[in-house]
Write a protein of this length. Structure first.
Length: 95
């Protein structure tokens, strides 16, 4: 998935030679995930003072985890397939 995204999204670049994550502007990232994979944001959470983690998922089961930073840059941290939504259980119940 990452290789295909890098070929289709303009401005996608590795953070450094040792870092395989792909980064671009958040707007370009969202557009690429929606256009190529039909992924939409399903969840998010604050990861640090500098950014948020966003989870993008398609109805076909592909998924991408993105770190979006305060400077407007987003980086792919992980991607895969066979996403499964799980039912939320009340706190204190056995899993």
């Amino acid at each position: 998935m990452i290789g295909v995204l890098s070929a289709g999204a303009t401005g996608v670049m590795p953070v450094s030679a040792q870092d395989a994550r792909l980064c671009t502007s958040r707007d370009a990232m969202v557009k690429a995930l929606k256009g190529k994979y039909q992924e939409q944001r399903r969840g998010m959470g604050v990861a640090s003072r500098a950014g948020i983690m966003e989870f993008y998922v398609s109805d076909k089961g592909t998924w991408t985890i993105v770190m979006s930073m305060a400077n407007g840059i987003s980086c792919i941290l992980a991607a895969g397939r066979d996403w499964e939504d799980l039912a939320v259980k009340p706190a204190g119940t056995n899993i």
